[in-house]
Design a protein around this ligand. Structure first.
Ligand SMILES: *[C@@H]1O[C@H](CO)[C@@H](O)[C@H](O)[C@H]1NC(C)=O
Ligand SMILES: *[C@@H]1O[C@H](CO)[C@@H](O)[C@H](O)[C@H]1NC(C)=O
Ligand SMILES: *[C@@H]1O[C@H](CO)[C@@H](O)[C@H](O)[C@H]1NC(C)=O
Ligand SMILES: *[C@@H]1O[C@H](CO)[C@@H](O)[C@H](O)[C@H]1NC(C)=O
Length: 155
């Protein structure tokens, strides 16, 4: 039996040990929220470059400590196809770690006037989320910044 298979239970304990001081005023200060941004374009995968997808609903779905995936926030894309979903004090989510257990999703199909290339496709565009550091925003305090990495179609 291999000795290098670490038990999931141990990982969870380790995660708490590392994350608790980080999330509660330790080395990097209290983190009040998570802000995920990105850009969507009218292509077969939703990735840019291309014409921005305007006014499209984008959701942030996260797997909480308890294991269930829920939509923590949503927003709509701006005139350039850019979005920014900011969630304050997301419950059941440990902030400040490199791994962010969230995905950004867009429900298809889209209205043909918004993007004909995605108007006949069923499914969901899904992108992983990668942390890019933290920032202090005047009213919000310290928040973790993240971006959507790459969208792909999930049936
Ligand atoms: C959209 O992109 C243009 C050109 O890069 C920029 O000048 C403009 O400020 C952007 N609009 C928004 C709402 O970000
Ligand atoms: C997203 O919103 C947060 C909070 O308002 C802000 O700090 C951050 O700079 C924004 N990100 C982008 C890429 O606009
Ligand atoms: C939605 O996006 C706008 C523009 O980036 C931003 O000001 C607003 O805070 C965002 N709302 C949420 C709930 O993330
Ligand atoms: C698509 O968008 C057009 C223009 O905004 C609107 O008139 C039409 O009702 C929309 N169609 C659907 C199916 O939502």
């Amino acid at each position: 039996m291999a000795c290098n298979s670490i038990s999931p239970f141990f990982l969870i304990v380790l995660l708490f040990a590392v994350a608790t001081p980080l999330a509660h005023g330790g080395l990097i200060g209290r983190i009040n929220g998570l802000s995920v941004s990105g850009q969507l374009c009218c292509t077969s995968t939703g990735n840019c470059p291309g014409q921005g997808l305007v006014g499209v609903v984008v959701r942030l779905n996260c797997r909480r400590i308890a294991g269930v995936s829920t939509t923590l926030g949503q927003n709509t894309t701006d005139v350039n196809g850019s979005f920014n979903i900011t969630v304050l004090r997301p419950q059941g989510l440990i902030l400040g770690l490199p791994l962010i257990p969230c995905v950004v999703t867009v429900q298809l199909p889209l209205n043909a006037t918004v993007c004909s290339a995605l108007s006949t496709t069923n499914g969901v565009l899904v992108s992983a989320v990668r942390g890019v550091g933290t920032t202090v925003s005047g009213t919000l305090g310290r928040i973790q910044l993240a971006t959507a990495t790459d969208f792909s179609l999930r049936a």
